[in-house]
Design a protein around this ligand. Structure first.
Ligand SMILES: Cc1ncc(COP(=O)(O)O)c(C=O)c1O
Length: 425
């Protein structure tokens, strides 16, 4: 099936119990056992089934199957937010003393997680000086356990050369972990270019309506953990926390996600509520048509801003002279995302006047809503960074980030025009 069809049908035909065609919300904490023997078999992972909703839930399972199919993976684990997905994915491949190599252009809280939280657990994240594969590769050492990037950086708008990063990672027997939140599988499937693990904030374009926090980790099933046992003993040696389970033996090429669920979801419990899984599934149904409209509107907005003398610069990778344009063509089919940043004449004060004058665009810190959204990253999402760190992440002091929605383009442009006029006044 094509992606637009998977978005509607993946992982679900009709409810086996009632024949309901909408995915039922299984609002239950636990599941009845037929007998003590059945319970033991479930806990031994000898039979399929649900035990307790911290570990799995039938509504969440549909979401997991659907996103795994959209991303071309072998399995997925839904969690309560994108941050939880990133945290689990990073913990799942590392131990104290190990490190991850990351591109510098990251969402602000991911940067916080990597720069300040993981090091407290003994896991260092090394930030390359650019997103070029060669710059990441020079930081790899014997303790490196993964390479990390955002397909399209938030808010920098850089497009990572996934194939080059995967080649570098695999040359050193490392997995490539990709945050595909901004692009979504409708624009690019990182697995097609060698990614081994894909994470998402489902809160953004995937859910698409700004109603629901959620995240997901997708196992692409491609990384040969079993071949690299000495580096990744967590997958190949008996897990004492799960009566000696060996994940590569039990789950085969889905060892990564099997361990993520049995270790981190079971013991840390950043669970997605089934109601939220349902809402995210509703959103995903229309992902294809929404992304088409987001992309079309974003190009018109970028062209409008670029032609306006009140605007000093527009960072939109869809422009032919943008350094990332060749990667937009290669990876995104020429369809740059609807996230862009721009600066207006008059610097920070004018930028803030513009921001405060917006009427249709919502002032908030979110992206990927069907509605048009605006954010001032330096004072919000990237506020914890130093000015130098902000610049490295693609955030200028007066930069405004837009997430262009799916409203009628005339209304979007009219709002930008009146706010630019207010900023200039
Ligand atoms: C690229 C990216 N990854 C992860 C996250 C975190 O997602 P959540 O807010 O669902 O925790 C965000 C949030 O903005 C993001 O933009």
């Amino acid at each position: 099936m094509k992606l637009e069809t998977i978005a509607l049908h993946g992982g679900f035909d009709s409810d086996p119990a009632t024949k309901a065609v909408a995915v039922p919300i299984y609002q239950t904490a636990a599941y009845a056992f037929d007998s003590a023997e059945h319970a033991a078999a479930l806990f031994n992972l000898e039979v399929e089934g649900h035990r307790y909703s911290r570990i799995s839930n039938p509504t969440n399972a549909v979401l997991e199957q659907r996103v795994a199919e959209l991303e071309g993976g072998v399995g997925a684990l839904s969690v309560s937010s994108g941050q939880a997905a990133l945290y689990y994915a990073a913990l799942n491949v590392t131990e104290m003393g190990r490190n991850i190599i990351s591109v510098p252009q990251l969402y602000g809280t991911t940067y916080t997680l990597f720069a300040h939280i993981l090091p407290k657990l003994g896991v260092q994240v090394r930030f390359a000086k650019s997103d070029h594969a060669a710059d990441l590769e020079t930081l790899i050492d014997a303790d490196t356990r993964a390479i990390f990037c955002e397909t399209v950086g938030n808010p920098a708008g850089n497009v990572c050369d996934l194939e080059a990063l995967a080649t570098s990672a695999h040359r050193h027997d490392l997995p490539l972990i990709v945050d595909n939140t901004v692009a979504t599988p409708m624009l690019v499937r990182p697995v097609d270019y060698g990614a081994d693990v894909v994470v998402h904030s489902l809160t953004k374009f995937m859910g698409g309506h700004g109603t629901t926090l959620g995240g997901i980790v997708v196992d692409c099933g491609s990384f040969p953990w079993a071949q690299h046992g000495p580096r990744y003993p967590m997958f190949t040696e008996p897990d004492e926390s799960y009566h000696g389970l060996v994940y590569t033996q039990h789950y085969g090429n889905a060892a990564f996600i099997g361990r993520c669920r049995n270790v981190y979801q079971r013991a840390m419990g950043a669970v997605l509520a089934p109601m939220n899984a349902f809402l995210l599934l509703q959103g995903i149904e229309t992902l294809g048509v929404r992304i088409d409209r987001h992309v079309e509107n974003a190009r018109k907005v970028a062209e409008y801003l670029n032609a306006d003398p009140r605007v000093t610069s527009v960072n939109f990778a869809g422009f032919a002279d943008n350094p990332y344009h060749p990667l937009v063509v290669k990876y995104l089919g020429g369809r740059a995302c609807s996230l862009m940043t721009f600066d207006i004449r008059g610097g920070l004060p004018a930028g803030l006047r513009f921001y405060n004058a917006l009427k249709l665009f919502k002032r908030l810190v979110n992206l990927g809503d069907a509605k048009s959204l605006a954010c001032h990253p330096a004072s919000t999402t990237h506020r914890q960074m130093t000015p130098a760190e902000q610049l490295a992440a693609g955030v200028g002091p007066g930069s405004i980030r837009l997430s262009v929605g799916i409203e009628h383009i005339d209304d979007i442009l009219a709002d930008l025009d009146q706010a630019l006029a207010a900023a200039a006044a």
